[in-house]
Design a protein around this ligand. Sequence first.
Ligand code: AMP
Length: 273
Amino acid sequence: MTTALVPTMGALHEGHLDLVRRAKEVADRVVVSIFVNPTQFGANEDFDKYPRTLESDRALLEPFGVEVFAPSIDEVYPLADRESPQGRIEVPDSISTFAASQPTTTFEGATRPGHFDGMLTVVARLFEMVQPDVAVFGQKDAQQVFLVRNLIEQMFPQITLEVVPTNREADGLARSSRNRYLSAEERLHALVLSRALINLSLRLMSATSTAEAVAEARASVEAEPEVRLDYLDIVDPHDFTPVDEQFRGPATAVVAAWVGSTRLIDTINLVIN
Ligand code: AMP
């Protein structure tokens, strides 16, 4: 009897359901965890207003015949000091040592200090609680996948990682629980993210300079009204560092931007020839 774990923060959409479908294909038993993890949100982020829709999440999962695991903060972090609003939850030494050896302070980690310490802490905790044989994650969070892959390799070698492609709306917008924050107008502006990544992958087929192609992609995002670019880059999938002009082969483009006050990310796998 094999178990697959699909970790989520709830507010489920079709992207999450793709993960569930994959999990069902690869394991006998599927556990979908729903836990809005306080430790991966910064003080100025949306922990308090993050959508919590447990009942409709359960209804969405019902036809799949999976187990929903929706633990409380106390269950996940029994030893936490509860004096501060989000609880003061220590990052275990094993995780901080691991995190220090990984790209946890670049890209998402640069704008969201401590985010990956919190993410790795909760993922390790969920692995301990659920004891899965397989863990299913979405490619959309490319840096998260990179870190979880290494976490598994180093600390949970008994677990197999399954990565599922990004599920998009018909017009290309990557599905995200945060898309519900967007006004109709912001949603249109948000399309610049997926467009910039697709144009970048096409541009690279003829561009003489990777840096120039990246600069054009950044400019296209910056030109969009209501959109503020955080980062757009192409990284080497081996170490998640930006590629240089000499780099050839499969790579990953990543983008993050605020659309109005909503922060969105997207990613695409591409090839530099
Ligand atoms: P979240 O609930 O946003 O923390 O996401 C839980 C899992 O779903 C993560 O592994 C995400 O990468 C994955 N995920 C989120 N959005 C999508 C999407 N549009 N397509 C595929 N997977 C996704």
